[in-house]
Ligand binder design. Sequence first.
Ligand SMILES: C[S@@+](CC[C@H](N)C(=O)[O-])C[C@H]1O[C@@H](n2cnc3c(N)ncnc32)[C@H](O)[C@@H]1O
Length: 286
Amino acid sequence: MTETLTVLDVVSKSADFLERKGVDNPRLNAEWLIAHAIGLDRMSLYMQYDRPLIEKELSVMREQVARRGRREPLQYILGQAQFHDLLLKTDSRALIPRPETEQLVELVKESQPEIDRDFRILDLGTGSGAIAIALAVHFPKAKIVATDRSDGALALAKENALLNGMQNRIEFIRSDWFSELNSDSEFDIIISNPPYLSSSELDEAETEVKDHEPHSALVSANDGLDDLNTIIESAIGYLGAAGELWLETGIDQRQQLLLQCEKSGYRNYEGLDDWSDRQRFIHAMK
Ligand SMILES: C[S@@+](CC[C@H](N)C(=O)[O-])C[C@H]1O[C@@H](n2cnc3c(N)ncnc32)[C@H](O)[C@@H]1O
């Protein structure tokens, strides 16, 4: 006779398994996965701890818990992540949007209290589309262009724009940074969270990042500075009068990047910190 397993049994067994595999917060991860597999939110799961599970449910859970045990990121297994108040599809085609990037979007919003301006915004390296979609929602009259070099990322970004009703507000272009943009394009805001890790930083990153997220979204040559420098150097030619460049950066790159801003001819430039007081953002004005 096969043993009947309840929700609580499976949560406990899965949490033990994930702990052995070195997953951070194993209990929480187990709860998310089990709740997702039976179509509940995590809070409702607590009400159903005694519920017996049928084999079909168990097999979905086993497969998903095994994936997490191989250190695949939770958001790729769940297929979704929250970014501000948006729900975004997430999978291995693009980087999982991070809280620092939410902060970058927050900084841009705070700097522009007049939300009804008909801004022209360029999001370089859009990935899942997180930045472009969040700004499209916040600035209802903005015209947004979002680029990426990766076809997979662009396809995911388009799916996310549709999911959030922003498909008619964002033009997606496959481009190696500025290469496919008209040379006379002008933007009020250029924003980017480009790859900025050095290859040794990637070697030290968590398995979830190193083994599962696209390296082309993470690593840049020249100690992680290459793409940031390219963007700073070129963006000034695509900014309209008083246009602004906003960048997310690595934590140890500020000095070199501000020097690049100076060399590239920006009128004003500053570094900004994240909520944990790490040097994470550059804001430059034409
Ligand atoms: C760090 S991810 C950021 C994704 C997304 N903007 C976010 O914040 O979650 C960097 C993105 O830049 C793209 N990328 C890398 N090199 C590029 C290039 N030369 N031109 C355009 N996009 C590039 C990658 O494909 C990736 O989607």
